[in-house]
Structure formats: structure tokens, C-alpha cells
Design a protein around this ligand. Sequence first.
Ligand code: TPP
Length: 378
Amino acid sequence: MPRPEEELIAALKRNGVDFTASLPCEKIKVLLEMVGGTFPHLPLTREEEGVGICAGAALAGRRPALFVQSSGLGNMINALLSLTQFYELPLSIFVSRRGIYQEKIEAQIPMGRRLPGMLAGAGIAFSEINTRDELALVERGLERAYNTNSIHAFLMSPVVWEGSECSAGSSEFGVRSAECEVKGWTQGTAMSPFLTRYDIIKLIAPYLEGKVVVSNLGWPSKELYAVRHQPSNFYMLGSMGMATPIGLGIALSSRKEVVVIDGDGSLLMNPGTLATTAFASPANLTIVAIDNGAYGSTGNQPTLAGSCVDLEQVARGFGFRNTVKVAGEQDLIAEIKEQRKGPAFLHVLAVPGNKDVPNIPVHHLEIKKQVQEYLRKE
Ligand SMILES: Cc1ncc(C[n+]2csc(CCOP(=O)(O)OP(=O)(O)O)c2C)c(N)n1
């Protein structure tokens, strides 16, 4: 019996899919590797751009398919309606549906559960694929999308992939995890990353005391909690791409020092926020951009910061004047101690890797309450 991933890929091939793009979800990391090894594939920085790219590909006669997480569908909805649907272009979307089965991240529940209602409201056809047997339904949806120039979303429950134990490393398809990638732009410089995100958080933790810290979703927040919890830490549990905007909003509304621990994947999802931050120019804001060249929380799929993008240069180009790049311990500590006038952008090069730490045991409304109380004390 073929693995579910193979069955899905066979259906895509039968329907002539010849263009794919994705933004990862941990639950489909094996599927993504196989898709990347089978079809022309583009890694995305934001799900919404995938809609535009696939619309362009469809205009040129391709049969595009997108692979995203349920949260990502929220980022796509306007483009789906005002572009793909409006111009009657074909698109299949495979949505890794979170929040419905053994979900450990509560912030996944609001989008994941409401997805069918949202799609129905948007007039987008969809199929719920809740078991492996229901993979057979994919065929009909694909035919419909490509033969009638319409969108079809497949809401894929994590149950479908259960028991498909092929590990990323043993896949016969090209392994594309970030460990094998080299930062092109660091070659020939003395900047070789060797610290993990956890090492970095541990090194900077003593200097975060008493500051308002906004930490990126997923493992960064869990690691910060494990290293040093304080009531002024705002742990993001969802809303990828919002760490710097949240920090900016706080910094503009409070005299407290604010530190954002952001990630390369998240900054690339929403880079325009760096322009807004440089424009607003709060002196009390420092962005610590931990750049491991990967979507660390979802299986270390490479981000474009792992190959072509130098985030420090992006920040400078968007108007930041106070930027620095560090890779080693001593430089990192020296820079975090320095308390530069903000907005400051501290680009910290890292290697991929997550520390095995537990989930944050604090309820999200309690996280909010603690931060609000701290911000009220001037
Ligand atoms: C809109 C959206 N798309 C995808 C995801 C899945 N996801 C959660 S964390 C993450 C990776 C974040 O990568 P980065 O900001 O580089 O931080 P790292 O984990 O590498 O430290 C992804 C893709 C999500 N939560 N929301």
C-alpha cells in the first residue's frame, strides 16, 4: 500500500499539476519534501504571495497547487477572491488543517475550526479530507479546479498522515532541510553561525530582565519561557509575522524598553513592518532577529535568509540606521549590553535546531494579563 503522501502525489501527477509552492506546516513536512522533489516548487515567504505567483503561472498555462497551513489561508483570502476567483483561474490548495485533532497549540483552534464556514462564506469549493481513505476525494476536486478554472481547497486532517513514518532524512526525494544549506552571502566573511536559537536566548536572557519581551511563535517562545520567564514576556502562540508589529505597537505606547525576539521566516513573511518601524522610529525598541536560515518550528525547511537574503541589509534598506550583525558569543553579549538607541536591529546568525523544552503552561489570557499589568506600572 502506498504511503498517503505518495497517493496524493500520484493524484497530482494524473491531473497534470506542474507548478507548486508552499509555506511549511510541521504536520506536512514529509509531504512538502516529496512535493519539492517531484514538481517544480517554490518556497514562499507568505502564503498570500503564493496566490499571486500561482495566478501568474495559471495565466501562462500551468496547473498550480499550493501547500499551506490553515492559519496561512487567513493570509490568502483577499487575493483568492479578488484575483484567482475574480479572473476564473485554476488553483488547488492543500491546507494542513490544524486545531481539529490532538492540537497542542491552542492558537491554531480559531482558524482551523472555522475554516469550512470561512470558505463557504467566500464561495470557495472545498473538500474535508479527514481520513486516509478520503484521499480518494482529491481526484474529483482536482478535476473540477483545472477543468472549470476554479479554486478547490482540500482541508487535510493530520489523521491522513498518521502512521506514515517515513522520516525526512530517509526520504527518497531530495532532502531539503536547512542543515545542508549554506548562507551564500556569508561565504568569504568571518560570519559562520554556530549558536542555536536556544544558545542565543540563554546568552541574552540576563539582559532582558525588566524589559518587555515579545517572542516569536513556536519554539522561540517555549525556549524563552524555559530559560527565563518573567511577567513582562509576551509569548506569541500564533499569528506568524506579528512579533515586530506587536513590539512596535508596545514601544510606541509605553516608555518601557521593548525587545522583540523575531525569526527570519517570520520577518520575511511581513518585511514591510521594518519600513513602518524605521519610519515610526521608537527609541525604546530593539529587534533581535535570530536568523537560523530556516523555519525552525516546522521542520527546518530553508527560508530565503538561508540563501540569498541578508536581513541586516533589508533593515538598512528599509531605513534602520542602527543595525549590527553578530555570529559569536562575545559579540552578541557586547551588542545586547550596549543598549543602542532604537529602533535597533540586531541580526544574530544561528544554526537550526530546537531545544527539547515543554509547552508553556501559562494560559494565553494570563500571559496577556501579566504583560498588561507590567505595562501599566510606569
Ligand atoms: C500564517 C502561518 N503560516 C505558517 C505557519 C506555520 N509556522 C509556525 S512557526 C513557523 C516557522 C517560523 O520560522 P522563523 O520565524 O524563522 O522562526 P524559527 O522557528 O526558525 O526560530 C511556521 C512556518 C503559521 N503558524 N502561520
